[in-house]
Ligand binder design. Sequence first.
Ligand SMILES: NC(=O)c1ccc[n+]([C@@H]2O[C@H](COP(=O)([O-])OP(=O)(O)OC[C@H]3O[C@@H](n4cnc5c(N)ncnc54)[C@H](O)[C@@H]3O)[C@@H](O)[C@H]2O)c1
Length: 324
Amino acid sequence: MKILVTGGAGYIGSHVVLELLDQGYEVVVLDDLSMGAKENVDDRAAFILGSILSRADNEIALKGVDAVIHMAAFKAAGESVENPEKYTRNNVDGTLTLLNTMVDLGIHKFVFSSSAAVYGEPQYLPIDEKHPVNPINPYGETKLKIEYQLEKEFISKGICFATLRYFNAAGYDINGRVRIPENEPNNLLPVVMEAANGSRNMIEIFGDDYETRDGTGVRDYIHVTDLAKAHILAVHYLRSHPSFTVNLGSDVGYSVTEILDTARKITEKPIPANISARRAGDPPKLVASSEKAKSLLGWKAEHSDLETLISTMWDIYRPAEALV
Ligand SMILES: NC(=O)c1ccc[n+]([C@@H]2O[C@H](COP(=O)([O-])OP(=O)(O)OC[C@H]3O[C@@H](n4cnc5c(N)ncnc54)[C@H](O)[C@@H]3O)[C@@H](O)[C@H]2O)c1
């Protein structure tokens, strides 16, 4: 089977590409390198420099393809509040261009990188797929719009889709094959790594008075290799089953303090941290239920314990002198 991975030079995409290649799939990557790094795309994959916004680029990339894993998007929730048009154009218009080109070329299998951001403020925990959707930023809205369009428009056009709602992706390839760190990271773990390797002075802890184990916010972190494996299972499932939507999380929550303590132990660096006020819209706790992915796909998170998440990241982020 030949698979197109859009955004395959990105953080998660480059891991999905590796997993596909390791399992014997033929892979083509379409990426405009607005965020990703060409060096992270394994040589065994064909690489096309281009944008999902261009019908012509999509047509070239889709040649001979059996299924599409669509990861190309902008993902910075904060930036999406300042510049919502940028997010609508890339994430919504780009995806619709890609989907319409697929329909015209008779390619029907589509795996979509959605996000836990579609849920907004949690009304109960753990969050399962029946939880109401109510995104609190334009980034989450772009993901929800595509989910709606898939249901409303593209099922009737023959598209068979897997919507994968990821929680917080973290970690790096356990064999160390993805070498370039994320561009302008926003998630906590890469920021902690940058504070450990000295490329940032300290980390801010936004609130230590939540009703959680130690007062700091609790989130669900899922290792990218676990995420990548779920994509291959989703492609496989779509060959003989209808469209579906699942959460992908570890179903375990780690607090900011737990992450810092483990990171300090693994990196042997002080990692200075400053407590500041809570941020608006940050819930105390966000944890997934991935029971549906487990029962539908036979998937489970295997590398998402805190030690593996942090040690595989430190392999990438540690300063060169720490390697000798
Ligand atoms: N990282 C997370 O924790 C997380 C959580 C939930 C959902 N997601 C989603 O997963 C997907 C991948 O995220 P990531 O963390 O790897 O982000 P990333 O920024 O590292 O990767 C996205 C890739 O898409 C490319 N891209 C962006 N716009 C493009 C366009 N118009 N045409 C072609 N390529 C384009 C970028 O150059 C980049 O390589 C995104 O859709 C994101 O919204 C990520």
